[in-house]
Each structure stands twice: as C-alpha cells, then as structure tokens.
Design a protein around this ligand. Structure first.
Ligand code: URA
Length: 472
C-alpha cells in the first residue's frame, strides 16, 4: 500500500508552457513532487491523446509505488473535475423534493448498497444525483450491475440527470464525456494494469466524481478487509482522511463510514444475482448486513443533509420505507425512468440467467469462521463477471450465492455456496472457492460491520435547520 507525505505548496497557474511526458514520468519514478501545472498538463494530455495509454499506465504504476502528496492528490482531483463540466444542481434546490445528496463506495464484493440506498434516500425526502463506475479490479461496479436489467440506460447527459432528479428524486449515470471524464479514462486503465489500490488514486477518483456531480452532501463508504482495496483499518482511516481533506480543499465537507468487507456483503455476488438481492431488500427481506449498512449510510446522509434532526430518527425512517414498500416503488419508477424493463424486475427470470447451478459442499461440521471475500470475487471473475482487458464483455448472469454468514452453523455435506455458471472458468472458480471457507469447531467472534463513522466537519445545528427549511 502506498503511503504519501503531506506538504503545502501555493496554488499557482494550472497551465504549463511545455509539458514533457518523459520528464513527468521520471519525476514520479524518482519520488519527486509534481507541480500543479504538470498534473493538469498530464491529465489534459490523457484527454487529448497526446499522452498514450502506455505512458499513462506507467505513471499510474509509479504513483502506486511512490505515492502522491496531499497537494498532488488535490491537484489531480481538480484536474479530473476540470476535464469536464460541473453539474449545476441549483435548479433542484428548493424544489420541494429535499436536499441534494450523493453517496459512493470505494468498492467491495457483493456491494449492492447503492442500488438499495438511492431509492431509500429518495423515498425519505432527499434527492440523489450520482455518478457511478464499472467494476474495478476484483470489485463489482454499480453501472455493470444495473446493465443486468434489460434496457437500463446507464449514460445520462447533464440535462437528463437534472430533469429526472427533478421528477423522481434520483438519477444515476456512468461517467459521461461531460463529468470527470479523465477519471473515467484512467479508471479503465487502472482496472487492467493492477494500479487500483493506491490511496491518492482512489481519493482523487472518488472525490472528483462527487465534486463534478454537484451534490452539497457527500457520504463515502470506505471498505476495509480481504474484499476491499484497503486491507487494514489504518489504511482505511488514511483513505477516509484523504478523501475528507481533498474534499475540504475543493470546498466540500465529506462524511465517511468505514465498513468491513472481510466476507461478501449479503449473499449474492454477480450482476443479476445482486439485482435480485436488491429487490428482496427493497421489499423488506434483505440480508441483515446489507440492511444494516444501508441504514447506517442512509442515516448519515439524511442527518448530514438536515432531512432528519437525529441519526436515530433517520434510521427509523429508513426502516419504515424498506418495510412499507415506498423504497421498492421508487426503484421500479427509477428503472422505468432510465429505460429499464420493469417486467424483468417483477419477474426476475427475465434477467440474464446462468445455465448451471453448482453447489459447493462443506467438508466438515462447525461454525463458519470466515468466507474470504477476495477469493469469492476472484471466482466470480473467473466465471466471466469481471474484466481482464478494457474491451472484455461481462457475463452478467454468472456469480456466486453464499448461503452462510460468519457465525452460522454448518453440517458436513451441506451446501455453503452455489456457483451460477455458464461454460467459462468453472473448474478454476471451484478451485478458488474450495479455499474460501473457514469452519471452526470452537466459538467464533462475530465481526463488526460498521467500524467508524465520521460526520462532515461542517455539521452545525444551524446548518441542519437551514437545510430543513429549504427541503420543506
Ligand atoms: N471507486 C471509484 O470511483 N474509484 C476508485 O478508485 C475506487 C472506487
């Protein structure tokens, strides 16, 4: 994991007269600091094509090895934002649908929280405008998951993002050429060059999308554990701090929640399977951990935006919309608004289906001590759920259902997981999964899901009441 030093430099002109990519690469290769102008010129070069994919990849690798300072990270974030437009959400303010909010996850396994949380937030009186990404490294991406719904359009332009939000209270898009497009280009390269797990690169990528999409309230879910890019709590804390610090420099106060990703979130991993679990959750029948994380992130968002005056009140409201059908009703309207086939949501047999279901049996009896989220994700990728090259086409039907969570009992011969597979990668996936399960004969300590929550620095009672006034 890259750690980086903090230093302060004055903000100067963003444009450099003569940019030399080889000197720029050499600078980072030798752990020297870039200038603000150099970083802007690099990002501009990537967008114009004067910096090639292989040069950009070399820089990404140098950053993974040698880090970026906080200044450099803020400049990179700013350059990503400047590569496109900033969504003007002012038309949504004071329209009676509530404050404008945004949420982002740093990436996990089985993490379909965004799919659940967006309709929940809209049902609770907030408006969500969100840019999401595709799968990155071993983690799944919200955009790919939504594409399992036939017809769902994942690319909305700025006008469509605003008009849909004004009508429905939520809209979500992939990175279009308009909003932080440089992050989109470098994100796709990072995915296939093993340059994802770098604190500055993740911070710049996440925060730039949030700044470009304009919401004043931003909540980040920072994942930590085997199935996350941050493997230790210390790294996750550093990423959370950097995201907050970069946000602060660019004028946004960001809330962070650090959550565990040792075992997959929920039971389903894979695009169709995760959409199906989303639907169950929005109908009040979700897995406990997915519901708990949705409630925590949602409560922090509603409280930070001033929709509710306490976290407890926000949690109660979220539970209510999950149980009374309001959040599910909004999900259907969302799918329909973005061109998706609502019939396929009502009858999920119409989503892409894998041909084979192969159970994996426990070899011994005992208590589940661990389900390795990374191995499960790698197995799903083997089956076709992830990319190895930028051009790879995903198989949206494949994946894994884990039947048991840590702390539950299992008997030898009982299925602990089922593989949803077509022809690709079945043996390799089975091989990986055979190492993913740990069974203990003794007591197992139940892990905590929510590890740390940090509200935005700028939250004050006055702001809450002002936001409340605006939303009613
Ligand atoms: N999510 C993003 O948008 N970017 C990253 O780098 C990691 C997770």
């Amino acid at each position: 994991m890259t750690s980086a030093v903090t230093h302060s430099e004055p903000i100067v002109s963003k444009v450099t007269p003569a940019f030399n990519i080889l000197s720029f690469l050499s600078e980072k290769r030798h752990s020297r600091h870039h200038t603000q102008a150099g970083i802007h010129a690099f990002v501009q070069g990537v967008m114009e094509g004067s910096v090639t994919d292989y040069q950009a990849s070399a820089w990404l690798m140098a950053v993974c090895c040698n880090g970026l300072s906080l200044d450099e990270t803020a400049w990179l974030t700013e350059a990503y934002v400047d590569s496109g437009e900033r969504l003007d959400v002012s038309a949504l303010m004071g329209n009676g649908l509530g404050p404008v909010v945004d949420k982002h996850s740093t990436g996990g396994v089985g993490d379909k929280t965004t799919l659940v949380l967006l309709p929940v937030l809209a049902a609770c009186g907030a408006q969500v405008v969100k840019l999401s990404g595709r799968g990155l490294g071993f983690t799944g991406g919200t955009i790919d998951k939504l594409e399992a719904i036939p017809g769902f359009h994942t690319a909305l332009d700025n006008a469509a993002l605003i008009s849909q939000t004004a009508q429905l209270g939520l809209a979500l898009s992939s990175q279009t050429p308009n909003l932080a497009p440089a992050d989109g280009t470098l994100y796709a390269l990072r995915d296939v060059t093993s340059t994802v797990d770098s604190i500055p690169l993740i911070a710049a990528s996440v925060v730039s999308k949030k700044i470009a999409s304009g919401a004043p309230t931003i909540v980040l879910d920072i994942k930590v554990g085997l199935g996350a890019f941050m493997k230790t709590l210390e790294e996750a804390r550093q990423l959370a701090e950097w995201c907050r610090a970069v946000g602060q420099r660019l004028g946004r106060s960001i809330a962070t929640v650090i959550s565990s990703m040792e075992e997959p979130l929920g039971y389903a991993i894979g695009h169709t399977l995760e959409v199906m679990e989303t639907i169950d959750t929005l109908k009040g029948q979700g897995p406990k951990d997915l519901v708990a994380l949705t409630v925590e992130l949602g409560a922090v968002t509603l409280f930070s935006a001033g929709v509710e005056t306490s976290l407890d009140a926000a949690k109660a409201r979220i539970q209510a919309v999950l149980n009374n059908g309001d959040a599910y009703a909004l999900f259907e309207r969302w799918v329909s608004a973005q061109g998706g086939d609502v019939e396929a949501i009502r009858n999920t047999n119409q989503l892409p289906q894998a041909k084979n279901q192969l159970p994996l049996l426990a070899a011994t009896s005992g208590t589940i001590a661990g389900v390795d989220a990374l191995l499960v994700a790698q197995a799903a990728k083997m089956l076709g759920a992830g990319r190895t090259k930028k051009e790879d086409v995903l198989d949206l039907s494949v994946g894994v259902i884990v039947h048991k969570k840590v702390g539950e009992c299992i008997t030898a011969g009982e299925p602990w997981a089922t593989l949803y597979a077509n022809t690709q990668g079945v043996e390799e996936a089975q091989q990986l999964l055979s190492q993913a399960l740990s069974i203990s004969v003794g007591e197992v300590t139940l892990p905590s899901l929510i590890l740390e929550t940090c509200l935005p620095d700028s939250i004050t009672p006055n702001m809450i009441f002002k936001a409340l006034d605006e939303s009613h």
